[in-house]
Design a protein around this ligand. Structure first.
Ligand code: SF4
Length: 625
C-alpha cells in the first residue's frame, strides 16, 4: 500500500507538469496536504483519501481544497463518488497552479500504468454553455465527445458553468459515467465557489480524467467485518445500513433522503420567503408546513420519488442510495429549500425548473438560492425595482391567497430571470466580486442597507456565505470555515460559549472524514472506527489524530470572522431563542438571561452571543504547547 502522497502538479499556463511525493508521516490526506499546497502555491487541489478504492463504503469522495473566491479564506469542498475513477490515475492529488491564457479543458489519462498523459486544450466555453443541454450539462457532453474514446474504462468529468466565469459562487459538477452512458445524477463540490476558482484563477473549465491503474486498496471483507464485529457486534454492511438509514428510507417518518426526512420533521421550524417566516407565529408556520409542505411539496416527493424508488448513488457502491431522483432531477434538501420555500416555491415542478436552471448555469445551489430569495425580498419590499435587476415580474409572496402551483411557478420563473440577469449583468447587477461588496456599494447609493435582508455569514473584508438551511444558532457561528457542517446544527438551545466549543469539536470530527475522503453520511461509524484502522494498517492512529488537531488550529489561526452585519441575522438568532422559550418551553436559566439581553438591546445581545461563541471556538482550537 502506498506510503507516500503522490501529487500531480500541473501548470495550465504551459501544460507542464511534474509529480511530487509527500511523506505519509507528515501529510495524511487531501485536506492537510491540500491546505499546505494552497499556502505554498495558491493552488487549487483535488485529492482522494487513503481509503479510496477500498472496501469501506463512502470512501471515494473527491476533496477540493484551495482559497475560496466567495468565502475569501481557505475552504474545503467535496463531491461523492468522483474519487473512485480518480484513484485509477495512480496519484493521490491533482494540484493546479498557474492559469491557462484562454478557457481550457484539462485532459488526464493513465493507460496501462504508463505516465499520465496531460493536455491543456482550449475550448470556446461560452459557446458550449449556450448549446445543447446548456451550461454544465452541455460542457460535460462536449468534453466526453472530444475525449471519451481515448479511455479504456469510463472516465469522469469535472465541469464548471457560466456562474464560475461571472460570479464568485460557481461550483464544480460531475456525474457518474457508466458503460459510456452519462447519467443524470449530478454530484457537486458546490460550497466555496471552487468552480469560480478553477475558471477564473486557473483558466480551466473542465477536467476529464481516468485510467487503468490498479493499486492495492484494502479489500479484505473478512478482516473488515471482524473490526466492525469487535466494535459494534455487527458486520460492516449491517452497521453501514444502520448508520445511513435516514438517507435511504426512514421507517419512522415514512420517507427518505435529506429532502424527505427534513421536511417531514420540520413543523414550525420551517424557513420560507427569505426567512420572513421567522417573524410569524408558530401557528402560522405550522399551517404553512402542513398545507404547503406536508400536503403538497413533500407529498409529491413521496409519491414520485420515494414510492417509485427513484434513487441512485453518487457513483460508488453504497447502500445509502442517497440521491433521490425524479427523472433527471435530483432532490436534495438544501437546494430544494433555498430554491423552494425560501423563494416562495412549494411545488415540485416549479422547484425543478429553477433548480435545474441554477444547476445548469453552475452555481453553488445553496448560495445561488439564498441570493435569489434575498433579491426577491428586495423587489417585494420595493427597495429595488424590476428594471434595476433586469427582470419583468415581481414575486408573488402574499400567502393569503397563494396559489400553490401557479404562484410557485411564477416565482420560479422570476428566479430563472434573475439568474440570467446576474450572468448578463443586467441593470445594476454585478456579482463578480460577490454579493457583499455589491450590497455595500449599492446600499450607499440607496441610503439603505440592502444586506439587512440577507442572512449570511461574513468573513474578512468581503467574504460571505449563505448558511445551511436550519433555524438554529450554529449555522451562523463564527468558525473559520462556514457553509458546511463544521458546526453544530442541533435544534437545542446551547449557551454560546458551549456552542463554540462544540462547533470546534465537530470541526475536528468532520476533518477526520474529509482528510480520509469519506462521505459524512457514513459518519455513524467512520469517524470513530477509521482512525483505529489507520492504527492497525499504518501504525499511525495517534499521529493522524494529532495532525487533525494541528490542522484544525491551523485553519482557525486564519479565522477572520466579522460580527453579523445584517439585521436579519440578528432576528434569525433572536427569534430562534424566543421560539425555544415560547414553543419548546425550554427552561434553561441561561436562555432566559440571553433573552433579557436581547430585549434590552438586541444588537448588543447579539454581539455578546457572537463573541461568546467565538471564545468557545478559540479556546478549543488554539494551539497549546
Ligand atoms: S451516502 Fe450518498 S454521497 Fe455518500 S457515498 Fe453513499 S451514495 Fe455517495
Amino acid at each position: 500500500m502506498t506510503m507516500n502522497q503522490r501529487v500531480l502538479l500541473v501548470d495550465p499556463a504551459t501544460g507542464f507538469y511534474k509529480t511530487r511525493k509527500y511523506g505519509f508521516d507528515r501529510y495524511f490526506g487531501p485536506v492537510d496536504l491540500g491546505i499546505h499546497l494552497t499556502t505554498e502555491y495558491r493552488s487549487l487541489n483535488f485529492g482522494v483519501g487513503i481509503f479510496a478504492g477500498s472496501i469501506f463504503p463512502g470512501s471515494n469522495r473527491l476533496v477540493v481544497t484551495g482559497f475560496s473566491p466567495c468565502w475569501q479564506g481557505y475552504y474545503i469542498s467535496s463531491m461523492g463518488g468522483a474519487g473512485l475513477v480518480f484513484d485509477n490515475l495512480g496519484v493521490n492529488m491533482l494540484s493546479l497552479a498557474g492559469k491557462a491564457p484562454v478557457p481550457s479543458i484539462l485532459y488526464l489519462n493513465r493507460n496501462h500504468g504508463e505516465e499520465i498523459e496531460v493536455e491543456v486544450v482550449p475550448i470556446d466555453v461560452e459557446a458550449v454553455w449556450k448549446a445543447g443541454r446548456t451550461g454544465v450539462y452541455s460542457l460535460t457532453d462536449k468534453v466526453y465527445e472530444m475525449f471519451g474514446t481515448r479511455y479504456q474504462n469510463d472516465p469522469r468529468i469535472l465541469v464548471a458553468g457560466p456562474a464560475a466565469m461571472h460570479t464568485d459562487m460557481g461550483g464544480i459538477m460531475s456525474v457518474p459515467i457508466s458503460k459510456g452512458k452519462i447519467s443524470c445524477v449530478d454530484t457537486w463540490a458546490g460550497r466555496g465557489g471552487f468552480g469560480s476558482a478553477m475558471v477564473r484563477n486557473h483558466g480551466i473549465a473542465a477536467i476529464i480524467y481516468g485510467g487503468t491503474m490498479v493499486d492495492e486498496d484494502f479489500r479484505d471483507s473478512k478482516v473488515a467485518d471482524e473490526w466492525f464485529r469487535n466494535k459494534y457486534n455487527l458486520r460492516l454492511v449491517q452497521k453501514d445500513m444502520e448508520a445511513t438509514g435516514k438517507y435511504r428510507y426512514d421507517e419512522k417518518v415514512g420517507t427518505g433522503g435529506t429532502f424527505g426526512v427534513n421536511y417531514a420533521t420540520m413543523g414550525g421550524k420551517i424557513l420560507a420567503f427569505n426567512y420572513r417566516s421567522i417573524f410569524w407565529t408558530e401557528k402560522e408556520r405550522e399551517e404553512l408546513h402542513q398545507n404547503f409542505i406536508v400536503d403538497h411539496y413533500l407529498k409529491q416527493f413521496n409519491e414520485e420519488t420515494i414510492a417509485a424508488r427513484q434513487q441512485a448513488t453518487c457513483g460508488e457502491p453504497c447502500v445509502a442510495v442517497c440521491k433521490k431522483m425524479n427523472g433527471i432531477f435530483k432532490k436534495d434538501y438544501e437546494p430544494y429549500q433555498t430554491m423552494g420555500p425560501l423563494c416562495g416555491i412549494f411545488d415540485q415542478r416549479a422547484a425543478e425548473k429553477l433548480n435545474h436552471h441554477c444547476d445548469a448555469m453552475g452555481f453553488d445551489a445553496i448560495s445561488g438560492g439564498g441570493v435569489l430569495a434575498w433579491l426577491m425580498d428586495l423587489l417585494d419590499a420595493n427597495l429595488l425595482q424590476k428594471e434595476e435587476l433586469g427582470v419583468t415580474r415581481m414575486p408573488r409572496w402574499d400567502t393569503a391567497d397563494f396559489d400553490i402551483v401557479d404562484d410557485s411557478m411564477h416565482n420560479a420563473e422570476l428566479g430563472c430571470e434573475l439568474i440570467d440577469a446576474v450572468l448578463e449583468r443586467r441593470g445594476i447587477l454585478d456579482f463578480r466580486e460577490g454579493v457583499r461588496k455589491w450590497s455595500r456599494i449599492h446600499s450607499r447609493v440607496k441610503g439603505v442597507a440592502l444586506h439587512d435582508r440577507m442572512v449570511y455569514v461574513a468573513f474578512s473584508r468581503r467574504g460571505w456565505m449563505i448558511p445551511n438551511q436550519y433555524w438554529v444558532s450554529g449555522v451562523l457561528a463564527p468558525m473559520a470555515i462556514m457553509g458546511k457542517y463544521y458546526m453544530i446544527y442541533s435544534h437545542d438551545f446551547i449557551p454560546p460559549r458551549t456552542l463554540g466549543r462544540m462547533c470546534a469539536d465537530r470541526m475536528k470530527k468532520e476533518l477526520i472524514l474529509d482528510n480520509l475522503g469519506i462521505c459524512r453520511f457514513h459518519r455513524g461509524w467512520a469517524e470513530e472506527l477509521l482512525p483505529e484502522v489507520m492504527g492497525t494498517l499504518y501504525d499511525c492512529k495517534d499521529r493522524f489524530l494529532q495532525k487533525i488537531q494541528v490542522l484544525a488550529s491551523r485553519l482557525n489561526s486564519h479565522n477572520s470572522p466579522v460580527f453579523w452585519e445584517s439585521e436579519r441575522n440578528v432576528d434569525f438568532l433572536h427569534t430562534f431563542l424566543k421560539r425555544k422559550m415560547e414553543t419548546d418551553k425550554e427552561r434553561n436559566p441561561e436562555l432566559a438571561n440571553w433573552l433579557e439581553k436581547f430585549e434590552r438591546d438586541r444588537i448588543e445581545g447579539a454581539r455578546e452571543f457572537w463573541y461568546d461563541t467565538l471564545m468557545g471556538i478559540d479556546e478549543s482550537l488554539r494551539e497549546f504547547f
